[in-house]
Design a protein around this ligand. Structure first.
Ligand code: GLN
Length: 304
């Protein structure tokens, strides 16, 4: 498979599509990002790296961090976790409050904000130094020590966190949050503020393309079964109320963030990360999804 040729062609075709989406503006520090940026990185199980455009520029990973925190919690908690958070698509926007009242404070899945807050709350109870542990985990799976929180983005999000605070307090009223809500939002805003490049992100998802084993350190992150389950959750819930459409158009488990990053994998084959900050109306990168749709079409392989 000539990934180089395919990626270069897609890059050329998709690059003129700037202007079809909008940069996230509800977190002021994110609104300042130059919209006209676009990068792609593919990493294969046999060790190839194919990059195009801005694939070595750092950007805010935002909700992609929810995959890392979920993996960290799944290492320690078995089926008990699913008493606190569900595993069904929500069909609602990522920061919606509406289902929580009817469903007694149990969020639909770990990738909407409410569900990610439950996961981070569990992480805080499992790890003594949650923020440091998150960075350690991400650096290990990405095989890069050059990964940090962006303090300006974290602070900016914390100053505009009314909705996430509301989700936290609301779930606490149902007894579904163990820790102090302000500390929870602090850890959550920091995990979202992590900056990475497409290359680092593509590498960091390789353990999910590699049946739970980190290929860089040769250690098992998740069992085969838990790795399969995390991939299943990304397929059904990774793109919020656009998850069905993403499966239909692209056919890979993946995760997006409002910083404009999208990462997806094909088990046993590869991981691909795309970044372009302009978002569609569901909060997913317009050019990111466009790129991935062309990619699975052109290589003729998806998980289906
Ligand atoms: N930090 C963002 C928030 O909580 C993450 C949302 C996202 O990337 N979809 O609103």
């Amino acid at each position: 498979m000539d990934y180089r040729k395919i990626i270069d062609e897609i890059y050329r075709e998709v690059k003129p599509m700037f202007g079809n989406g909008k940069v996230a503006n509800y977190i002021p520090a994110l609104a300042k990002v130059d919209p006209k940026q676009y990068g792609i990185a593919v990493v294969t199980v046999d060790g190839q790296l194919i990059g195009a455009g801005d694939y070595q520029k750092k950007f805010s990973i935002q909700s992609i961090s929810k995959v890392f925190t979920l993996a960290m919690v799944m290492r320690h908690m078995g089926s008990d976790l699913w008493r606190y958070v569900g595993r069904e698509p929500s069909g609602s926007p990522f920061n919606s409050l509406v289902q929580l009242e009817h469903e007694h404070g149990i969020p639909r899945n770990p990738f909407i904000n409410a569900g990610a807050l439950v996961v981070t709350d569990k992480l805080m109870s499992l790890y003594d130094r949650p923020k440091e542990s998150i960075l350690r985990f991400v650096r290990d799976v990405a095989d890069s020590e050059d990964i940090y929180f962006d303090n300006e983005v974290a602070r900016s999000e914390q100053e505009h966190a009314s909705r996430n605070l509301a989700l936290g307090y609301f779930m606490k009223s149902f007894g579904n949050i163990e820790n102090n809500v302000d500390s929870l939002i602090d850890v959550y805003c920091n995990q979202c503020s992590i900056t990475m490049t497409c290359e680092e992100l593509a590498r960091s998802f390789m353990f999910l393309a590699n049946h739970g084993i980190n290929p860089y350190r040769h250690d098992r992150i998740l069992s085969i079964s838990r790795s399969k389950r995390l991939n299943a959750l990304m397929l059904t819930c990774g793109f919020y109320d656009e998850s069905g459409d993403f499966a239909f158009r692209v056919g890979m488990p993946g995760k997006s963030g409002v910083g404009g990053g999208v990462v997806a994998i094909i088990p046993g084959r590869l991981s691909i990360a795309v970044w372009s900050p302009e978002l569609d109306k569901h909060g997913n990168s317009f050019m990111g999804i466009e790129t991935l749709e062309r990619f699975t079409t052109d290589i003729g392989i998806s998980i289906f």
